[in-house]
Design a protein around this ligand. Structure first.
Ligand SMILES: [Fe+2]
Ligand SMILES: [Fe+2]
Length: 344
């Protein structure tokens, strides 16, 4: 029974799309219960594993007819909900053993916090008054190389996506979240190697990567990637991660300058996106729930509000990366200047 509950919950989580996050804790609980049952089956002898596997497969392969197992799973879920609402459910096996359980977190309006991927204290109100037109004029040879590289990279992007800005933004965010992670990782390793603080820059760059990933998690609620786009992301990530990794090792100042110019292009792309929303070419649909919570937007926020705050984030990233590059150009290390923590 417990195994079928696992199958049912896991299947619900997989096909549940945007709601899967909310159900993940239930899946973990079911998994804990199934784990115990599984041990019993394996303890039966060599065939126990086979029968367990077969049972798992059979319950997955027959989704059309609501079987007795599924009915049981539903009643298990119902009972769990009942126990949770009445507050009688004690902490489940796994979490009581490891001491890990997430307390119930509430929003300011008294409703339950639905996200496991970020917490209320990680949300923020974007500073949309930031200057969107700032530009670092390339001054020396390396600046010019960085600028030209980004302008060259824009050509295939323009050709491929044209004015499909939803799709374009989603795909570009898969790339935009890479530099912060690579830079943060390399600074982290440097901090370990040299037995010295990073001055907060590890955290600042990882925050940037996470912020970019949240842009992607938002865009993917609005645009569903097609199979060939997923393939393209795979190929581009493979190339871009390695290229940026090598570039950051060779010259962090050029690497940050490249990111600064990439962010300038991102601001341009989101500005064009907003123009298409204003003209009606792109429908101003309601904002995804994840975006409303992450940027503390009003409940009736629309796509235009989301794109406006994402564009403001990109402007912050632009400033952080040009600033980081400037520090290197002055012959200093990043840790010599204050890290822009929480600067989105
Ligand atoms: Fe972004
Ligand atoms: Fe960005």
């Amino acid at each position: 029974m417990k195994h079928s509950a696992l199958c049912y919950m896991a299947r619900r989580a997989l096909i549940g799309g945007r709601n899967s996050n909310r159900q993940s804790s239930a899946v973990v609980r079911s998994f804990a219960a199934a784990e115990i049952g599984q041990r019993h089956l394996y303890a039966d002898g060599g065939n126990g594993g086979f029968f367990y596997w077969k049972r798992m497969m059979s319950s997955q392969a027959a989704p059309s007819k609501p079987s007795a197992e599924e009915t049981e799973a539903k009643s298990t879920e119902k009972n769990e909900k009942k126990e949770e609402s009445s507050g009688t459910k004690n902490n489940v096996v796994v979490s009581s053993y490891w001491g890990i359980s997430r307390p119930k977190i509430m929003r300011e309006d008294g409703t339950e916090w639905p996200w496991n991927c970020f917490m209320p204290w990680e949300t923020y109100q974007s500073n949309v008054s930031i200057d969107l037109n700032k530009h670092h004029v390339p001054k020396n040879f390396l600046d010019k190389v960085a600028y030209r590289t980004v302008k060259l990279l824009r050509i295939p992007t323009d050709v491929f996506f044209k004015r499909r800005y939803g799709c374009r933004a989603m795909m570009l965010e898969t790339v935009a979240a890479v530099p912060g992670m690579v830079g943060g990782m390399l600074l982290h390793l440097k901090s370990l190697r040299k037995f010295q603080h990073s001055g907060g820059w590890v955290k600042a760059l990882l925050e940037e990567a996470e912020n970019e990933r949240m842009h992607l998690m938002t865009m993917v609620e609005l645009v569903k990637p097609k199979w060939y786009e997923r393939f393209l992301v795979l190929a581009v990530q493979g190339v871009f991660f390695n290229a940026f990794f090598v570039l950051y090792i060779l010259s962090p100042k050029v690497a940050h300058r490249v990111v600064g110019y990439l962010e300038e292009e991102a601001i341009h792309s989101y500005t064009e996106y907003l123009k298409d929303i204003d003209s009606g070419a792109i429908e101003n649909v309601p904002a995804p729930a994840i975006a409303i919570d992450y940027w503390r937007l009003p409940k009736d926020a629309k796509l235009k509000d989301v794109i406006t705050v994402i564009r403001a984030d990109e402007a912050h990233h632009r400033d952080v990366n040009h600033f980081a590059s400037d520090i290197h150009f002055h012959g200093k290390e990043l840790r010599d200047a204050p890290a822009p923590l929480g600067y989105h």
